[in-house]
Write a protein that binds this ligand. Structure first.
Ligand code: XMP
Length: 333
């Protein structure tokens, strides 16, 4: 609509005025905020923007390719994809404590991003290189950063909206979404041409599947979890609630699959199986501080468990998490 159109052209003018002929780098995570920031800044300054997408190997199925397809393929933005999955998995080997895992993932993320930023700053493709660091900081982040919200809050945003990083890199900060609330960021994203499915996605934690694989993270576990989770999400999108016509994906605030590193006995054909277990988690909440488990239709749960057990060899049991927050948290770690 024209109001958003006005907003975009004003924001574009502001970014151009601030950046001039200098260059900008941005850490793209695939999340809503960094995606919308990237799309907006790209609209304003095109190739003066370089996005750095650090793939820690703990993303969802095909997520990395989707990010590349969208930003490089469709928007024609410059994107450097760093496949750091082996590095991250190596650092996580033998580590099972949730907060220790978070620290490693957040810390490595900053290290890898800094290396890429330093390279870009040095390279400069014929001129001076990047002088701005762009971040998808939104208004609620600005308010929150006054005081830490929880044990996780510090790490939560910290590896994408990194405090202190611009100074360490000697870069100026560009934060074009600083005055916007989440719903405004989403509207802006759609107006900029990002697909609504991307802009209205459930939140996904920075440490990704790293906190959805209980205990030690292993590549095999991540691969099984990715496939099981993709089935759950696909069926949530397929199943419509008759009363409202909305999909169960849109009727839940967050839904995902958790990998439990325990084996249980099953039977297939005339053989016995001894395979892993996953838990499905779906919640409804307005603020993520408290949450109710979602009363998903049995037919949906049945379809999902049948598909996971039949299609994902290595998983022979699916459970549904019926715990609310508090006292349970939304994530299992
Ligand atoms: P919990 O599990 O504490 O989660 O009920 C509340 C919300 O925060 C998300 N979450 C995280 N997000 N890094 C993030 O970026 C984290 O380490 C992290 N831990 C939890 C969680 O997905 C939910 O939306």
């Amino acid at each position: 609509d024209w109001i958003m159109g006005d907003y975009i052209s004003e924001a574009v003018d502001r970014i151009r005025a601030q950046v001039g002929d200098e260059e900008v780098i941005l850490g793209l995570s695939g999340g809503v905020d960094s995606s919308v920031a990237a799309a907006l800044i790209h609209r304003a300054i095109g190739d003066q923007l370089t996005c750095v997408f650090v793939d820690h190997g703990l993303l969802r199925l095909n997520e990395g390719d989707m990010v590349m397809e969208m930003f490089e393929g469709k928007l024609h933005a410059k994107v450097i994809r760093v496949d750091a999955s082996e590095l991250f998995l190596g650092k996580l080997a033998g580590v099972s404590d949730p907060e220790a895992k978070r620290k490693i993932i957040g810390g490595e993320f900053v290290t890898v991003f800094k290396q890429e930023a330093a390279k870009l700053k040095a390279s400069g493709a014929g001129h001076k290189g990047a002088t701005f660091l762009a971040q998808g900081t939104i208004y609620p982040d600005v308010i929150e950063s006054g005081g830490a919200k929880s044990k996780k809050a510090v790490t939560i945003k910290s590896h994408h909206n990194v405090g202190g990083l611009p100074e360490q890199l000697g870069l100026k900060l560009l934060e074009p979404l600083r005055d916007l609330f989440k719903d405004e960021v989403r509207e802006l994203g759609v107006a900029l041409g990002l697909p609504p499915e991307m802009v209205y996605r459930h939140p996904f934690p920075g440490p990704g599947l790293g906190v959805r694989i209980l205990g030690e993270v292993k590549k095999d576990y991540a691969d099984l979890l990715r496939r099981a989770d993709a089935i759950f999400i696909e069926e949530l999108r397929n199943f419509k609630d008759e009363a409202t016509g909305k999909s169960w994906y849109d009727l839940t605030s967050q839904a995902f699959t958790v990998f439990l590193p325990v084996k249980s006995v099953g039977v297939m054909g005339d053989g016995r199986t001894y395979d892993y277990v996953v838990a499905l988690r779906a919640v409804q909440t307005s603020d993520f501080m408290t949450a109710d488990w979602a009363e998903l239709p049995y037919a949906l749960l049945k379809k999902v468990s049948g598909r996971i057990i039949n299609e994902v060899r290595g998983i022979n049991r699916v459970t549904y998490d019926v715990s609310s927050k508090p006292p349970a948290t939304i994530e299992w770690e």
